[in-house]
Design a protein around this ligand. Structure first.
Ligand SMILES: [Zn+2]
Length: 408
């Protein structure tokens, strides 16, 4: 399902030419290529001409010609910009193509984004959530927030193409329900897609938060243009979203990337999943805070990060060790999957190199990875990553009829 811009020009070009029929006339080829470009601009919101060439497999000269004629037709806008120190032409759609919603229901916060494909019309809000928040009240708040933000844009619910929801638990791609019992109290009993689609009378797609994050990074962030990479979410719990050969890899049960349930402590405590010594029991927020109970008394995860950034040696030690331990698990994943890049998001990243330094050292310290020139960097999308990913998933799932209409 998931596509990121690849640089396999020839494959894509052949596919486009092949679809024009046996005559392969110039006009129909150009039409197909125009549709390809419009589609890519819709998918990425803002994209430079150079990136368009990579995303569509067309030559820079063809992209430039088609963009010029699309501009004359009033389909796209272009604007001078700078990318990687060079002048570039940024291409956006000239008009809104309908609104979609991205909702991230996290362990401690609710984040909703309403936007169009260009992300020009955008409304966004974050609300804190209590520990172990109840599913009914949280879904009520999410529905209310979607209504308020949509109205704030001067739009109606009927104008929403669809709603994407990211949850901090594995989600079965078929049923779209929480795939493993016990990981998120009460949430595995509820059909979130059904509840929200009834409440808002719109189509809803549900996925895991790290998967949504990987989609956002592939489209708008650090995994853009990367064929195989991973988004690691280091937060109250740890998870990963895996992009393999340009596709999001969910697995048949939706549990791919659940690195929080990798065993790192064979004699350790029992995890919520029922297994012993999972990564989450060692670097989950509760475990990290427990380590500081004697020296600092009860803390929140936020306190821990703030104190580390202020130079507290105990808090820095806890986050550095967490970086090494998560790095070890991610290094295994990168070794098995042959990844090019690791992008890290979630609260722990706010401690910067205190956390990321040891994580990076552990990953690049593995001989197989050291020679592969793998890179590890923090998310550039910050706390918006998961909600933006949920937005992109909604656009992908329900935005198709807009694409078809304009391409035909
Ligand atoms: Zn577990």
């Amino acid at each position: 399902m998931e596509h990121v811009p690849l640089t396999r020009r020839n494959c894509y070009f052949e596919a486009v030419s092949g679809s024009t029929g046996p005559t392969g006339s110039q006009a129909s080829l150009r039409e197909a290529n125009s549709a390809r470009i419009v589609d890519a601009v819709k998918r990425y919101g803002h994209i430079t001409q150079v990136e368009l060439a990579a995303a569509t497999g067309l030559s820079p000269a063809t992209v430039s010609n088609i963009v010029k004629s699309l501009q004359v037709q009033g389909v796209v806008h272009t604007q001078n910009t700078v990318r990687s120190g060079r002048r570039a032409q940024m291409v956006t759609l000239a008009r809104a193509t309908g609104l979609a919603v991205g909702t991230y229901i996290g362990r401690r916060a609710l984040h909703v984004i309403v936007a169009d494909a260009t992300q020009e019309a955008i409304a966004e809000q974050v609300l804190p959530l209590p520990v172990d928040h109840r599913v009914d009240t949280t879904l009520d708040r999410a529905a209310m927030l979607v209504m308020e933000l949509t109205e704030g844009l001067g739009a109606q619910l009927s104008e929403l193409i669809g709603i994407g929801v990211a949850l901090p638990a594995p989600v079965d791609p078929g049923t779209q329900r929480v795939a493993v019992r016990g990981l998120m109290r009460d949430w595995d009993q509820v059909d979130v897609r059904d509840v929200l689609s009834r409440r808002l009378d719109r189509q809803v797609v549900v996925d895991n938060d790290a998967n949504a994050g990987a989609v956002a990074e592939a489209r708008y962030g650090g995994l853009r243009g990367v064929s195989s990479g991973v988004y690691v979410r280091a937060s109250y719990q740890t998870g990963a979203g895996i992009i393999l050969d340009g596709h999001l890899h969910r697995g048949p049960h939706g549990t791919a990337g659940e690195i929080g349930h990798t065993q790192v402590s064979p004699q350790g405590p029992i995890c919520r999943c029922g297994a012993r010594g999972c990564l989450n029991t060692v670097v989950g927020a509760d475990a990290l805070i427990d380590l500081l109970r004697i020296s600092r008394g009860p803390l929140s995860l936020r306190d821990l990060i703030t104190f580390a950034n202020e130079g507290d040696p105990g808090c820095r030690q806890v986050l550095a060790d967490a970086g090494s331990i998560i790095g070890g698990v991610v290094a295994d994943l990168a070794t098995w999957s042959d990844l090019e890049r690791i992008v890290v998001g979630g609260e722990l990243v706010e401690a910067g190199d205190v956390f990321l330094g040891p994580m990076r050292d552990t990953v690049t310290g593995r001989p197989l990875l050291a020679t592969s020139e793998i890179t590890l960097l923090p998310s550039s999308l910050g706390e918006r990553t998961e909600a933006l990913g949920a937005f992109a998933l909604a656009m992908d799932a329900f935005g198709q009829h807009y694409t078809t209409k304009e391409s035909s």
